[in-house]
Write a protein that binds this ligand. Structure first.
Ligand code: NAP
Length: 491
């Protein structure tokens, strides 16, 4: 059994607690690794090491930092298939999707590497003569990066790569369900030439290790992706120290299907959005809000296609849905199905735990006759459960779409340009797709949600650079005399 270590100050070390925890394959329930249970002292050592490395790394020209990331991207590319298989073993999603996860990490690493030759500021005229104004981007310092398990390489790379190219050093805590992929990513960056101390990895449970990161005075900024519940704790703790905080949280994402939509296309999108990654995506489509005229036909087509989905080991080509991540998640999904039945929604497909293999499998599940205020239509279930809700027209559909605390992703299927633009304008979400599912973010565009899906931060795209830099405004006066802004008017 392989035992994995912490990575602090360029060395693979054991935790000061001497304790480990087990990492299981959710498909077979086989033990796949022993992982270090870090302590607050280990987090402190990681933060000290990141602080020591900061001066040198932040002074390294960004194109050189980019060179290391380009090398890491090439290594990720070479190892794509092996990493995808390892990811399916560690967290269960099917191979096509884990290949996509690795590809997202590759894309982000190349993208961030290229930013080493941009990191753009602005220049602008002064209101005074012989004076010049500009902004430059400075790194923040030591940043704390905390990630969930559903995108074990993609989400860490969305944080690590922009943080590093901007000149920050980092303490990284991956989810306890997917530490091995995180460790592989750190190994790749190290082999690509990342200097010691620049990136430190600590594994262990959320409240101890994550909490210690958030409270550490040397860590100036926290980038967190996870649940709303944890996000609130993170924000509360981090604000005591006036840390910068970027939160990417949950969703209850709607697909609106209008009466002029291509229903087969909509069914493709619903299946992918609701049941891809066994519904365990922040952007999963867990609500379908369908125009009452087409709802019966849509429902019929959806049930028929859902019955054809193959559940099993994600390593087997042809499997559509793998297991969910762990037993507590499995029980939570089962509990929500009971709640849905008690609330009066009609269970028309699935609804049970199944055992095609020893792991944590749940049938793809469809509720109809759901009302927008039911818990199953309000809470993020994070499993393969979708609720169908009827709407009489677009305004009502949008009102239902907006009736939740979340606002991450959304989608509308329609042939009407007018309806599409009204949806873009009125749906409260950080992302709106037209005629495609709620899933499919590309790394060069901003990603994030409104309302309780985040705190206004956006990852990826040029906004990733904003997340990991401070702007400094520079006034360069070459007049040789004291000039007072707003007082010595030059016009
Ligand atoms: P989670 O339980 O909130 O955990 C996320 C991370 O926070 C893990 O590394 C976890 O460590 C750590 N953590 C737990 N308690 C903590 C605490 N008190 N202080 C600091 N860190 C703590 O979320 P999850 O179950 O891993 O992920 C699913 C959630 O993430 C869903 O709500 C999903 O919508 C959301 N998500 C959002 C996005 C987005 O971009 N908006 C993307 C993917 C997922 P342990 O693993 O050790 O508990």
């Amino acid at each position: 059994m392989q035992e994995y270590k912490l990575f602090i100050n360029g060395e693979w070390v054991e935790s000061s607690t001497g304790e480990t925890f087990d990492d299981y394959n959710p498909t077979t329930l086989e033990l796949i690794g022993k992982i270090q249970r870090a302590s607050q002292d280990d987090v402190q050592r990681a933060a000290d090491s990141a602080e020591d490395a900061f001066e040198r790394w932040s002074s390294t020209p960004p194109p050189y930092r980019g060179k290391i990331l380009f090398q890491a991207a090439r290594m990720l590319e070479e190892r794509k298939e092996e990493l995808a298989r390892l990811m399916t073993i560690e967290m269960g999603k099917v191979l096509d999707e884990t290949r996509g996860d690795v590809q997202e990490a590759i894309d982000m690493t190349y993208y961030a590497a290229g930013e080493g030759r941009r990191l753009l500021g602005e220049t602008t005229p002064s209101e005074l003569p012989n004076k010049f104004c500009l902004t430059v981007r400075r790194p923040i310092g030591v940043v704390g990066l905390i990630t969930p398990w559903n995108f074990p390489l993609a989400i860490p790379s969305w944080k690590i790569m922009p943080a590093l190219i901007c000149g920050n050093t980092a303490v990284f805590k991956p989810a306890s369900d997917t530490p091995i992929l995180a460790i592989e990513l750190v190994k790749i960056l190290t082999e690509a030439g990342l200097p010691k101390g620049v990136l430190n990895l600590v594994t262990g449970d959320g409240s101890t290790v994550g909490g210690a990161i958030i409270r550490n005075r040397k860590i100036r900024s926290i980038s967190f992706t996870g649940s709303l519940e944890t996000g609130k704790l993170v924000m509360g703790e981090a604000s005591r120290d006036m840390k910068r905080v970027s939160l990417e949280l949950g969703g209850k994402n709607p697909i609106i299907v209008m009466d002029d939509a291509d229903l087969n296309l909509a069914v493709d999108g619903i299946l992918w959005g609701a049941f891809g990654t066994a519904g365990q995506r922040c952007t999963a489509a867990s609500r379908v809000i369908a125009h009452e005229k087409i709802l019966p036909l849509l429902q019929e087509k959806l049930i028929e296609r859902t019955k054809q989905l193959k559940i099993g080991n994600g390593l087997d080509e042809g499997t559509d849905i793998g297991p969910v991540i762990n037993n507590s998640q499995l029980q939570k999904i089962a509990k929500y199905v009971e709640i849905g039945k008690d609330e009066g929604a009609k269970l028309v497909q699935g609804g049970s735990i199944i055992k095609p293999l020893p792991g944590y499998f749940f049938e793809p599940t469809i509720f109809t006759d759901a009302a927008s205020d039911m818990k199953i239509a309000q809470d993020e279930i994070f499993g393969p459960v979708v609720s169908l809700i009827s709407a009489g027209n677009l305004d009502e559909a949008i009102q239902i779409a907006n009736s939740v605390v979340y606002g991450l992703s959304s989608s509308i299927y329609t042939d009407s340009i007018n309806d599409a633009f009204r949806a873009i304008e009125k749906i409260e979400a950080g992302i709106t797709y037209i005629n495609s599912s709620t899933i499919g973010a590309e790394i060069h565009l901003p990603f994030g949600g409104v309302k309780s899906s985040g705190n206004g931060a956006r990852e990826a795209g040029t906004t990733a650079i904003e997340e990991f830099t401070e702007l400094k405004t520079v006034y360069f006066d070459y007049s040789g005399k004291l000039q007072k802004a707003q007082i010595d008017l030059a016009y």
